[in-house]
Design a protein. Structure first.
Length: 238
């Protein structure tokens, strides 16, 4: 009994000493809020520098892999936005990471990778079961906008919806024509893209090609649109 009493008293003393030490650390460092703010700032800086070792260390220390910055952007999207591809690949290795998480504008990691033509990143994300399709802007829109045909083909092979509509009803074909990528336009047509839709601005893919000064491409798109209407018995262009 005396031994138990002394042991318990010793435990209480130890707890008290640890509490005092903890409180002292909080006073010196400015408290847990400041410490968390500093840690977050360091982590975000590591992502921007593509410092994969620093990011891995932070995650091993318990930082949430799905942490968001003050603007609500997830780490994996930050890495893609900053083209920190090594960090992004490291994040995809984490089982709990949300691969399809988006920023406030609805952009995810695969969309940024598609925009920059990073085939290896797109492939890794797909292999890790990231979604190829989503509502609004899609990875296929982004790949077509910059004429990354290899990425376009890969996404279509993995069931990307070829006529996906953005919030303003623009399709990947429209984006390829608007951004003056004739080979991407032809690739999308060969794969069955519908050249007939108009977006909210009343523009078709042919209209964008004509506006961009490519008369031949515009004529080709207009011809393809007419053939598409006849094949599927669609009404004539308004």
């Amino acid at each position: 009994m005396l031994y138990d009493f002394k042991f318990k008293a010793g435990v209480r003393s130890l707890r008290s000493a640890l509490l005092r030490l903890f409180l002292g650390v909080l006073v010196l460092t400015g408290g847990p809020v400041q410490a968390q703010t500093t840690a977050r700032a360091e982590l975000l800086g590591s992502i921007q520098r593509d410092d994969v070792q620093a990011v891995r260390l932070a995650l091993l220390r318990g930082v949430d892999v799905n942490l968001r910055d003050e603007a609500g952007t997830p780490l994996i999207v930050l890495a893609a936005h900053d083209q920190s591809w090594r960090v992004l690949l490291a994040l995809t290795d984490m089982r709990s990471v949300r691969l399809d998480a988006t920023n406030a504008k609805g952009t995810n990691a695969m969309m940024y990778a598609a925009l920059h033509g990073e085939m290896s990143i797109v492939r890794r994300l797909v292999e890790r079961d990231a979604q190829v399709n989503k509502t609004g802007w899609t990875p296929l829109h982004f790949a077509a906008s910059n004429g990354h045909n290899e990425v376009v083909r890969y996404l279509l092979e993995h069931h990307a919806y070829i006529d996906a509509e953005s919030p303003n009803r623009s399709t990947p074909l429209m984006m390829a024509a608007r951004m003056k990528h004739p080979t991407t336009v032809r690739l999308l047509l060969q794969e069955g893209a519908d050249p007939t839709p108009l977006n909210q601005s009343g523009m078709s893919a042919a209209d964008y090609a004509r506006k961009g000064g490519d008369v031949a491409l515009s004529a080709s798109l207009a011809e393809a649109a007419e053939a598409f209407r006849l094949k599927y018995k669609l009404p004539a262009k308004p």
